[in-house]
Design a protein around this ligand. Sequence first.
Ligand SMILES: Cc1ncc(COP(=O)(O)O)c(C=O)c1O
Length: 338
Amino acid sequence: MTLDRLDAALGPLPRVALGTWPTPLVPLPRLGEALGIDLWVKRDECSGLALGGNKARKLEFVLGEALAAGARTIVTAGPLTSNHTMMTAAAARRLGLDVHVVLGGDAPAQATGNLALTHLYGAHVHVTPMNTANPSAADLATSRGLCERIVRETGGYWIPPGATMPSSVPGYAACVREIVEQQAGRFPFDVVLVAYGTGSTSAGLYAGLALAGIPATVQAVAVSSRAAMDRFAASPPTTLVQAAIELYGWPLDLAQSTTRCVWERPVDEPGYGIETPASQAALRRVARDEGYLLDPTYTAKAAAALIAMAGDGRIAAGARVLFMHTGGLSTTAAAQAH
Ligand SMILES: Cc1ncc(COP(=O)(O)O)c(C=O)c1O
């Protein structure tokens, strides 16, 4: 492991302060023992922006770049329940920027959860019809058209759903650096397991580990149906890391790297935001075994995959596993108790 290349890659990039770092890194001893692995959690639900979550790290770099480009207005999009749009609204407000969000779904009579918070932060909210669990190509095209029009009319800075763009990759690369600092100069994990929505959290972790020369595996767990991922043109984290390498000129050849990133498009995933018996059981198990809350859309599905993979040997007995808690707790708070 060498941190010089990682530090040199991140050091010159424009960045704004949004989160409270470091977030806690703690063991999950009871669940780990039951699964036969050494299990830890990186608690990015405590990231300190809005109600916490992974967007704080990405937005520090994306909005750093937006400010450097002279942006005064931010335009972004996501589903009606999106954590990303809510957190982008909060971040924009912290920086004194105006913000438009385009939300796919059916506007409810009364806003709750992230939608209510997005209004509270004073974002301009535009709703387009969409089946958010499995969006059609036509609905996605309508949303894209509206986003383009708002960008044209406001001259705003465009941030794609999930802030997934090459300039968000440094966010989770910086998280790798933070973990090494918390562990006295080591990265003592074989596997980093993380929910995959739009992909830049997994890509950032992959980039950070590869830049530091750490031979760990990023296991990305998709939370959307295979058909929806095809329509979104979801790409493997490798593609996004490659785009960041080209954007920043990082001296990194992924083909030579000992870091691995495993990404699959699941065949049995019912759709974004649709809970499964396994995800509900995982959410309950983590709450009851360890006293931590997961969210139903992302981290419960990631935890369900972790439990399944430790159970069938895809994660080896005794492996040192880091589970990324990426947030989403406003959805848990808005949901009925199971
Ligand atoms: C709570 C939460 N966890 C995980 C993810 C997945 O992150 P990414 O979109 O970077 O794959 C998201 C957003 O999409 C999220 O809001």
